[in-house]
Design a protein around this ligand. Structure first.
Ligand SMILES: [Zn+2]
Length: 138
C-alpha cells in the first residue's frame, strides 16, 4: 500500500487568491524591494518575485510618489537672520479631516506675531482667500 503526504503552503495557493495576498505585502504602497521583504521567505509560489515586481511597477500610488520625487528640485532658501522671519507651512489632513488654513494660521500668528515670509506649497495656499489673507493690510 502506498502512502502520500502533502505540504500545504503558498505553492498550493489558488491563482484567484494570489493578487489579494500580493496586495497585503504591498499595503503601504512601498517599493519593490520592501514589498518583497514583506513576503514570506518560505514556500512562495513559483514566480512570486516577478509578480511583485509587475504589481509594484504598475501601482499608481508608487508611480505618483516616484514622479513627484524626481520632478521637484531642492530649493535652497536664504537663512533667516531673525527668529520667525521665515516660516514654512504645509497642509495636514488628520483622520480624513481638513483644517481651515487661515483659521489655523490666525491662531498661531496672533500668539507669536506675523512672519515676514510665509513659505507654502500650492493648493490651498494659492486660493483667493489665502492671497487676500497674506496681503498686508494698512
Ligand atoms: Zn501600491
Amino acid at each position: 500500500m502506498e502512502s502520500y503526504s502533502w505540504t500545504i503552503g503558498f505553492s498550493a495557493t489558488p491563482f484567484a487568491w494570489r493578487k489579494d495576498i500580493l496586495q497585503t505585502f504591498h499595503r503601504s504602497h512601498c517599493g519593490i524591494e520592501k514589498t518583497k521583504a514583506n513576503a514570506p521567505t518560505t514556500v512562495p509560489w513559483p514566480g512570486m518575485a516577478k509578480h511583485i515586481e509587475d504589481m509594484v511597477s504598475c501601482c499608481e500610488n508608487v508611480l505618483r510618489y516616484q514622479s513627484r520625487q524626481t520632478k521637484e528640485p531642492m530649493h535652497i532658501r536664504e537663512i533667516p537672520l531673525l527668529p520667525w522671519q521665515i516660516v514654512a507651512s504645509d497642509v495636514l489632513e488628520h483622520k480624513n479631516q481638513n483644517y481651515d488654513i487661515i483659521r489655523c494660521l490666525n491662531e498661531i500668528f496672533s500668539r507669536h506675531g506675523c512672519p515676514q515670509t510665509l513659505i507654502a506649497d500650492n493648493a490651498p495656499y494659492n486660493s483667493r482667500e489665502m492671497r487676500k489673507y497674506a496681503t498686508p493690510q494698512h
